[in-house]
Design a protein around this ligand. Structure first.
Ligand SMILES: Nc1ncnc2c1ncn2[C@@H]1O[C@H](COP(=O)(O)OP(=O)(O)O)[C@@H](O)[C@H]1O
Ligand SMILES: O=P(O)(O)OC[C@H]1O[C@](O)(COP(=O)(O)O)[C@@H](O)[C@@H]1O
Ligand SMILES: [Mg+2]
Length: 526
């Protein structure tokens, strides 16, 4: 028999989603490129305030793109403001780290032979897949031909030369926004690493940025002894808050307290604040390093493999899903419903659904859906009860907000307060099945705050440890206005604006979302 010469179409059919022909990873609709030939040449879409559009009719566009990229990802350094700031040999050396004669001044522990430093020119490759076609699944293309262009970011780690004398450092740590598993692990590592450099003056600012202005709140002295066991519990030793003073007041406070290294643990909002603090320090010609460590359980920071606490959240979310499954499975026509965090990004819901393997319907903010009507979620639930006898729904808090009445309320940081999609689904489901005269036993589980408050699991513990250490290395290296993240399993420094220009979203055309759909077997509800 001759070989079959045509390709048999795959029978795996995934819900159709409109896709633009040349896509970069998900961008808010207002920033999707519109002009043919001028393409949003950026990982994650075009950026505000900078010119990144590239004219692909220019035969030199690739060189120009690379130059623009290098400029964009250049790390701000204190020598930008103080060109004559003298570097000194690093005091970070694991071979000989005990201070000679007890005191550091004049007695730094150098080891010229140690080769554990990062060269400033070391880079990490941001994108590792070569997409041969813009139609390849999940393709993130720069130009219409999906040309291969290397996108490098700076490698994190200890440098041979440092820009601060440890005895002149007053370091402060602040944790802002909502809780996230691993905050204590990061605080702990920052303190431990600072001490290894020889820093003795380390403080914690209580309750986020608020701690800079509230006179009733006093800074907490930190040392290895204080932080030794804090990672054994969740939350933040320092406390967290939303809202707080303006940037100018925060920098006044930094000046008053004599802080010259500030480690800021927080999400998008916190990092916007950290970047503004960095700029204000530059404006006032203060030699201060402001270093961010991305903290968000939602995993919505751009360019990073994942943020700390996310793995732990997914693991814990699975437990809630399993309970929902047991409840649903044990009841006659049971429906288990779990709401998970995810303001604008459905990463926790998607990953928890995937890992549990018990979810029939996963709803995330990035993917619109009908709830009522012939193609809606309710019809599918009816189908599931008829065919399987039970069903499990996992919904991200930001999903289906168009179905709920807007409150227009915001929290102290200006984040929109959402209506409860879980309660909506619970009530509407009960109503629907009552109306059609079919028995349904709906059990709603909201584990959101339970998930956020637990301690980090082993994998997040390691991530936090490395991030904390690299934050300190970045500060001593003289960088400011940067943050640290995991990038293709390597650790990298990023200028803050590059990672917070918009929240990172689940790409509905990505392999991961398609894998989730394959696993749940849900239709597209459109
Ligand atoms: N655009 C911004 N500029 C300066 N500070 C901000 C900005 N957005 C938020 N903040 C501050 O950052 C802190 C945390 O922000 P929030 O959005 O609550 O959490 P997260 O950092 O986790 O996103 C708050 O104290 C808030 O006042
Ligand atoms: O009740 P809070 O503290 O406002 O927190 C709720 C929010 O916290 C989050 O878990 C994470 O938000 P942040 O990254 O801003 O801390 C969101 O998913 C959720 O909407
Ligand atoms: Mg936020």
């Amino acid at each position: 028999m001759g070989s079959i010469s045509h390709v048999i179409p795959t029978t795996l059919s995934l819900p159709h989603r409109p896709s633009s022909r040349f896509r970069v990873s998900p961008v808010p609709p207002s920033r999707v490129p519109t002009k043919v030939g001028v393409f949003a040449a950026e990982h994650g879409g075009t950026r505000r305030g900078t010119s990144t559009a590239v004219d692909f009719s220019d035969c030199d566009w690739k060189t120009k793109f690379k130059e623009d990229w290098e400029a964009r990802f250049r790390l701000p350094h204190i020598t930008d403001i103080f060109p004559d700031a003298p570097p000194i040999p690093s005091t970070f050396c694991l071979k000989m780290r005990t201070p000679i004669d007890g005191d550091f001044p004049g007695h730094y522990s150098f080891d010229e032979e140690w080769h554990g430093y990062i060269n400033n020119n070391d880079r990490v490759l941001l994108k590792t897949i070569y997409y041969s076609s813009p139609t390849s699944a999940g393709a993130e293309c720069i130009d219409p031909n999906c040309t291969w262009v290397e996108q490098w970011v700076h490698r994190a780690g200890p440098r041979e030369k440092i820009y601060y004398k440890p005895e002149e450092v007053k370091a402060a740590i602040v944790t802002c926004g909502g809780l996230c598993p691993g905050l204590n692990d990061v605080i702990r590592q920052i303190v431990i690493t600072l001490e290894i450099y020889g820093v003795e003056n380390i403080v914690g600012i209580p309750f986020g940025y608020r701690g800079f202005s509230d006179k009733e709140l006093t800074e907490l002295p930190l040392s290895r002894k204080v932080v030794q066991n804090i990672h054994l519990s969740g939350g933040s030793l320092l406390g967290v808050s939303r809202g707080g003073p303006g940037v100018s007041d925060i920098v006044d406070s930094l000046e008053e307290r004599g802080i010259n290294m500030l480690f800021v643990l927080g999400g998008n909002g916190t990092h916007a604040g950290a970047n503004a603090i960095h700029h204000e320090c530059c404006k006032r010609r203060l030699k201060v390093s402001v270093i961010g460590v991305p903290k968000t359980i939602d995993n919505d920071i751009l360019l990073m493999d994942k943020t700390f606490g996310f793995d732990t959240a997914v693991e814990e979310a699975q437990r809630a899903i399993n309970s929902a499954y047991i409840e649903a499975h044990s009841a006659y026509h049971g429906i288990g419903l779990v709401k998970l965090m995810g303001r604008s990004s459905g990463f926790i819901a998607m990953h928890a659904s995937l890992s549990s393997g018990q979810v029939d319907i996963c709803l995330i903010p990035e993917v619109p859906f009908n709830f009522h009507g012939p193609n809606g979620v309710l019809s599918h639930l009816k189908f599931l009860l008829e065919t399987k006898g039970s069903a499990v729904v996992c919904v991200a808090e930001g999903a289906g907000q168009n179905l709920i009445q807007k409150t227009n309320a915001t929290d102290a940081s200006g984040n929109v307060i959402f209506g409860d999609i879980g309660v909506y689904i619970q009530q509407e489901t009960k109503k629907y099945f009552k109306e059609i005269g079919v028995h349904a036993d709906v059990k709603y589980i909201d584990p959101t705050y339970m998930i956020r408050a637990i301690r980090a699991n082993a994998s997040d513990g390691i991530l936090c440890t490395v991030l904390g250490q690299n934050a300190v290395h970045g500060a001593f290296a003289g960088y400011s206005g940067i943050t640290v993240g995991l990038c293709n399993t390597h650790y990298a420094y990023f200028p803050i604006p590059e990672v917070i220009s918009h929240p990172r979203l689940v790409d509905p055309n990505s392999r991961m979302w398609h894998r989730c759909l394959t696993s749940t077997g849900q239709p597209d509800f459109i």
